[in-house]
Design a protein around this ligand. Structure first.
Ligand code: DC
Length: 223
């Protein structure tokens, strides 16, 4: 059994940026579970399934075989053997991932892959239900959040850097809708685990958040 760090929180809270840095510093593997949901979402989009089409999720999700590889510490998500890392970071795929991850069959499909990675490695795993559902016995749990405006601003900058045209108010509106769906779905909704440390990063720099999380992990390890 590896040493497991679970980081949950809403979209744009900085989970993946921070988890990557923390994993590197601690020599752990970084597992981005959102990317797995995004890979299934990409498959569903390719099949022409809409975000409201629960029957379509049921019908096609089992055809989307998701697996993970590591290249120099970077997680590569394979969808039926195809590296889809460069295709899954769009608002369209994010919205589809949020919609289709409400479906029990989609969630069940990824559960064992996530648990296996955590059993076999020291991991920093981020997502929505890691501390509450996937790894309830994780040694260390963190709930990372920030105001919706700050999260939208971070996403806006990411898109701008990539040269993608976007609008801050629209991004914030979509983030609020995504929070609403992720927190209120029936199966494994996003919520803080009782034993998770709560961290609001609205007024913190990346470096400050990383240092704080390393401190929290070191504390968990010395217990
Ligand atoms: O973290 P992200 O934005 O890449 O995640 C995309 C969507 O996937 C998110 O809106 C909800 C879903 N998701 C989930 O339901 N459970 C997880 N552990 C990770 C992501």
């Amino acid at each position: 059994m590896g040493f497991n760090v679970a980081i949950d929180g809403p979209a744009g809270a900085g989970k993946s940026t921070i988890a990557k840095l923390v994993a590197k510093e601690k020599g752990y593997i970084y597992v981005d579970t959102g990317a797995m949901y995004r890979a299934i979402a990409l498959y569903l989009i390719r099949k022409g399934v809409g975000t409201e089409d629960n029957e379509g999720f049921e019908k096609y999700c089992s055809e989307a075989n998701v697996s993970i590889e590591y290249d120099n510490g970077t997680q590569i998500v394979l969808l039926n053997g195809e590296n889809v890392n460069g295709l899954i970071r769009t608002q369209e795929v994010g919205n589809m991932a949020s919609a289709s991850s409400t479906n029990g069959k989609v969630r069940a499909q990824l559960l064992e892959l996530q648990r296996k990675l955590a059993r076999e490695n020291d991991v920093v795993m981020d997502g929505r239900d890691i501390g509450t559902n996937i790894l309830p016995n994780a040694e260390c749990k963190i709930y990372l959040t920030a105001s919706s405006r700050v999260r939208a601003e971070r996403r806006y900058l990411e898109f701008k850097e990539k040269g993608t045209d976007c609008d801050l108010d629209t991004i914030e509106k979509e983030i609020i809708e995504r929070d609403e769906r992720d927190m209120n779905r029936e199966i494994a909704p996003l919520k803080q685990a009782e034993d998770a440390v709560f961290l609001d990063t609205s007024d913190m720099t990346i470096e400050e958040v990383k240092d704080k999380i390393i401190e929290i992990i070191d504390n968990c390890q010395s217990k």
